[in-house]
Design a protein around this ligand. Structure first.
Ligand code: PDD
Length: 279
């Protein structure tokens, strides 16, 4: 039976419930992680743990568990799911308090984790994306549960029959609503540098690492909106989507209008890395 973890207990999802005064519910006062599991192995565990630690520090919460404890929680959750390809969702909120902004009123964080079959779609023939002003806040490097802007941006993309919104802040590309962005121009691969306006994506960093092992340069430099428009290829990356080619931007073809040759070879490198890691 599929189990979830809530505050020290394992139980069926239908039996897991949280107090309505939880600050995650009233204030969106919490952080989360999404961690892929391939062949029942947690992918890039240390990297996800590091990002979790950074998110928690940024919101003045302590990590409730050691990496070893997280690992054993994940193992139990993964074992309770039939599929071998899964996605762990974990969320830590500041816990229950009166509805008052003062964070010192809450003393016990709420800790929730579950692993679900990965809802991986086949995007190998490419997706459409829209461009949109980056309407989010100034701390996009924190993986905060407060995702209303991203939800609205994905909805806008959907209204235009697209899957992702590529965000522009002050004339520069930041990232997707729930992904990082890469472009290629004349065989040069570029992704925006990490800063307060970009989530430090684990897939993004891994892709850069894989490319550098192959001595393929990836430039972490700012991308203007204009450069996005004339790119030969655009890719978006995330733990659940992996590396996805964008073939249409605001309804206009990107490059040839088909997944590019560079994407095919880079995607193969990524898939090979994944198979070696998880076998
Ligand atoms: N989101 N940027 C944003 C804003 C994201 O929400 C995500 C992932 C990424 C990619 O990060 P990673 O490679 O570590 O998955 C970039 C997850 C999948 C989500 O919210 O469901």
């Amino acid at each position: 039976m599929t189990l979830v973890y809530l505050n020290g207990e394992y139980k069926p999802l239908s039996e897991a419930s949280v107090n309505v005064l939880d600050r995650g519910f009233t204030f969106g006062d919490g952080v989360y992680e999404v961690i892929p599991v391939f062949n029942r192995k947690v992918f890039r565990f240390d990297e996800h743990m590091r990002r979790l630690e950074n998110s928690l520090t940024a919101i003045f919460l302590e990590n409730p568990y050691s990496s070893e404890s997280w690992s054993s929680i994940f193992e139990k959750l993964i074992a309770s799911v039939d599929d071998t390809e899964q996605s762990i969702y974990l969320q830590i909120t500041r816990g229950v308090s009166e509805r008052d902004h003062d964070i010192s009123l809450a003393d016990t964080p709420t800790i929730f984790a579950m692993s679900r079959p990965i809802s991986k779609k086949d995007f190998s023939s490419g997706i459409s994306a829209i461009t949109h002003e980056d309407i989010r806040w100034q701390y996009c490097d924190i993986k905060a549960i407060t995702l209303l802007p991203s939800v609205l941006l994905r909805h806008k993309a959907k209204q235009s029959n697209a899957k992702e919104a590529i965000l522009i802040r002050d004339g520069y590309v930041t990232e997707g609503a729930a992904s990082n962005v890469f472009i290629c121009k004349n065989n040069k691969i570029i992704t925006p540098p990490k800063n307060k306006h970009v989530l430090p994506g684990i897939t993004r960093d891994l892709l850069i690492e894989i490319l550098s092992k192959q001595e393929i340069a990836c430039f972490e430099t700012a991308i203007t909106e204009k450069e996005l428009w004339v790119a030969d290829e655009i890719w978006v990356t995330s733990s659940t989507w992996e590396i996805v080619p964008v073939i249409k931007l605001d309804n206009k073809p990107v490059g040839s209008g088909k997944p590019g040759a560079l994407w095919s070879s880079v995607n193969k490198l990524y898939q090979d890395f994944k198979s070696n890691y998880c076998n």
